[in-house]
Ligand binder design. Sequence first.
Ligand SMILES: [Zn+2]
Length: 449
Amino acid sequence: MTPGETDRFTQIPVSRRRFLWMSALSAGAAAAGCATNPVTGKSQFTLVSQSDEIRLDRQNSPHQFSADYGPAQDTGLNRYLDETGRSLAALSHRPDMPYSFRAVNAVYINAYAFPGGSIAATRGILLSLEDEAELAALLGHELGHVNARHTAELMTRNMLTLAVVAGVAEYVRSENEKYTGLTTGLGLLGSGLLLAHYSRDNERQADALGLEYMTRADYDPDGFTGLMDMLQNLSKRKPNAIELMFSTHPMSEQRYRTAIETIRSRYAGKHTNRFLKERYMDHTVNLRKLQPAIENMQKADALMGEQNYREAETRLKSALSEAPGDYTALMMMAKCQYALDQHGEALRYTQAAREAYPEEAQSYQVEGVARLHLNQYEPALKNFREYEKRLPDNPNTLFLKGLALENLKRTGEAAREYSRYLESVSEGKQAEYATNRLVEWGYISAPQS
Ligand SMILES: [Zn+2]
């Protein structure tokens, strides 16, 4: 493929940089060669080794978890998910991967897996499940993606974004132009930016594997039916909240029918009536108390997507009266206030969010940006450094530190941050700004265009 040609999988023009990156990957291909697919047992050409999968998982998954407002602080819920997930993973084709399972605080409806076995389900989807068999179906499906090495397959076919290959910086480099607005302004990575987008064949295989694992663990296969019905219904009732899930895990009438038909035929003799509804309800009791607040947050999310920040604010006020210390609601409100240009209010909410969840990184980043707008550069710089301590390798943080230092007239230090930023990101308004400063200060000469 030559630069400028259109990549036939993704239909996007191949930039020079992307081309160079792909050449590098091709050069490594000889070393990667063939590997046995753990599910099919067949030899398969792959550019991605198991240690690559684990490394890429470790680089990328923390950023996705933070974009989803961190693991839920409900330790009982997380332990329950982890135990349920691990018992299924032990029965899978790759029992030795370093699996981990958690609930994340986001309210939209989704579950996802990184290639090394880091798996998450949002509070939104956990609220929509009826019993443990449905949970096992969901986690089994995600395990299916890890076991069939779908991310490695997508990467090898060059369908996946660069992120999973080279880490967050590489992704931001390639996606910088597409994601503007609120998220970029706040230096955050957009929700779902780091997730693999599977093919319809991947989805059918993950469904088949999910069914296999959950029934090996003696759950009733009708738990899978329940999960599929729930997703179908939500696509009608809450299309906004489930949009990302269906863009990453494509749903279709055919996928639904295939799963139902498989349960009817292959699993006809496997009904155990083991659904464990009560156990699921016991472990999600605290989550279900938050249901009204989470529904208000889901509505606010949709409104913010439409840039209707005034109505989103009203919804978030209700959410916060129902769940006063909820980190997600506080952070969403901070972003909403930021979008309304009420930076003092944004600051107030990020501080409340930080008190609610000091280990989680996102509040520091948003607080720093609000402070930049309030001309509080020294504390802003401190915020960005705190963010970086918790979540390194987001190139936007380098840019934001540069801005704070520039305003503090610490030009030399600002120049260092800007040039580090430009090592990761070469396009977009921020890159242009950083380049201009470096030219102005005499560190580099004006780029030739
Ligand atoms: Zn899927």
